[in-house]
Design a protein. Structure first.
Lengths: 140, 140
DNA sequence: CTTGACTCTGTACAATAGTACGGAGTTTAT
DNA sequence: ATAAACTCCGTACTATTGTACAGAGTCAAG
């Protein structure tokens, strides 16, 4: 596959593929020694698709690079990989908790909506500032 | 409160507060008519804290602005707010699903780790590329 | 074997999200 | 009442994540 095919199959522009190469997010295949174009494996398409999906979930390219470096293969130190995976898992779990708070706040807002007058219910801000709401008097 | 206090309480720099003002993410209080510094309400601190938390969850400032505009108060059209909240809710629910896929992939990688030889189990990529794995036959 | 499409390299431009700084005005602590 | 600390305003610089383009080389179809 040439770079144009990779770009088309993964839904990005050629320039974006090259950009990811410069950033070492995908490997650049060697140039054929007697002229011609670089040949890309199918794997590159999968990596780029992963990158784009992960970006939509809010990961930066640096974070994605870290995620992509977590592979159990014969060449990697198992304990090291596992520790780094655990760190990433903790981060992601925290993110999911935060997202769920916003999700809950939106659900509350939607259900509160049709039956109210002037109550000023449920600014989204409460979704995240959740602690500190009951400083004294009522316990959680 | 002057801007420096706001910055300190919300954990950002003064320049960042001004930046958010320029972007209309927080309101800029009026300048006292006969000289002096602007006075900020506590609410500004809460908004900035929300902004920073939401950013950590992967929302852009534009998305955060949209979230912050979803408030049930007497001045807003209830049906409009509800519809926009529903759109945001769908987006966030989809994000949570995607994050959970990565979470599961990391968990699998971590548990697979201690007892393997050369299996090349569980690249994170599988977390997202889940569909499309078996289109025809078993040759891959 | 020419033409058009594609690749390669390098550089430049763009949007988002800040961060830094200069110079003037204001407040406050000593 | 003066110096330190802070505010205000504008501009400019940074990093991330791309996009665009110029000019030369390469490939493949008619």
């Amino acid at each position: 596959m040439t770079i144009g095919k990779v770009a088309k199959k993964s839904g990005v522009g050629v320039e974006t593929v090259r950009f990811y190469e410069r950033k070492d997010l995908v490997a650049q295949p060697p140039k054929p020694p007697f002229g011609g174009f670089r040949i890309y494996p199918e794997e590159t398409v999968e990596r780029i698709r992963f990158i784009r999906q992960a970006q939509k979930l809010g990961f930066s390219l640096l974070e994605i690079k870290e995620l992509l470096s977590l592979r159990l293969d014969p060449a990697s130190n198992c304990a090291d990989i596992r520790d780094r995976a655990q760190v990433k898992l903790n981060e992601i779990t925290r993110k999911i908790v935060g997202m769920k708070r916003i999700q809950t706040a939106l659900e509350k807002l939607i259900t509160a909506c049709p039956g109210q007058g002037a109550i000023q219910v449920c600014s989204i801000i409460d979704a995240i500032e959740a602690p500190e709401k009951t400083k004294e008097g009522e316990k959680s």
